[in-house]
Design a protein around this ligand. Structure first.
Ligand SMILES: [Fe+2]
Length: 248
């Protein structure tokens, strides 16, 4: 599997505190069936990590993984808070992109219009959001068509393993399954943080999804489409923040 949402970098947020703990989490991810991880440290008021600091933490972790012979591919972006998605500069957001996408988190009380607001804002620099854990949002439970509108405009919907397996409670799990069974999801990822939120949630979510929506859908959500997202990161090094050119 390719995991497009994971707090693997040590010492930056509520993920692993030390490099040793990060190496342990990397081993757990491999055991859970993950071969490639997009590190998404929080970018929020609480954890306003400058991106070069995250890039340096990633380089240090790469050295530790190679030293420990942990064969896990890694790359780095961020998980942008709802507040920063609308207040941080577009340059700050673009710096944290993966390909053309920026991972933006959704909370229980995020209002439905937030989705279009963020799509409009990122469009100014020709970027699109990946909306992380919309299964938490009560507004989306009431109005799932908001997800359809966002996807029609190119945004991606990322449902996370803790939601699917019931770690965030039965109501969130029911909503996650509604989204999955209605084919309203583009990516499934771990949101692993270490022991507190372990990598095995993703392995369990994949098993449950294989039963309920079939192995082909699991392959699509955890391998094919996440791999395409990661590939777009490495191919797109020449990206510069500029207004999108007219398509006419
Ligand atoms: Fe996260």
């Amino acid at each position: 599997m390719v995991d497009t949402h994971c707090h693997l970098l040590p010492g930056l947020d509520d993920g692993p505190r030390t490099t040793g703990q990060a190496v342990d989490l990397a081993r757990e991810l491999l055991q859970a069936g993950v071969r490639s991880v997009l590190c998404t440290p929080h970018y929020s008021r609480q954890w306003a990590t400058p991106h070069p600091v995250a890039v340096a933490a990633h380089a240090k972790l790469r050295g530790a993984l190679e030293g420990a012979r942990v064969d896990l591919e890694t790359s780095v972006a961020a998980e942008v808070s709802t507040a920063f998605a609308v207040t941080a500069s577009l340059e700050d957001l673009a710096e944290r992109r993966v390909g053309r996408y920026v991972v933006v988190e959704i909370y229980a009380d995020t209002p439905a219009p937030f989705f279009a607001t963020v799509i409009d804002r990122l469009a100014e620099v020709d970027l699109l959001p990946v909306f992380a854990h919309p299964e938490l949002a009560r507004s989306i439970e009431r109005r799932p068509e908001v997800v359809d509108d966002a996807r029609a405009r190119g945004a991606l919907i990322q449902v996370l393993a803790p939601g699917i397996v019931g770690f965030w409670g039965p109501a969130v799990a029911a909503h996650a399954w509604d989204l999955l069974e209605a084919d309203r999801v583009d990516l499934v990822a771990s949101d692993a943080h270490g022991p507190r939120r372990p990598a095995r949630h993703l392995a369990r979510a994949a098993e449950m999804m294989a039963q309920r929506i079939g192995p082909a859908a699991v392959e699509d959500l955890t391998e094919t489409r996440p791999a395409a997202l990661i590939r777009s990161l490495s191919r797109d090094d020449s990206y510069v923040v500029a207004p999108p050119t007219s398509s006419s």
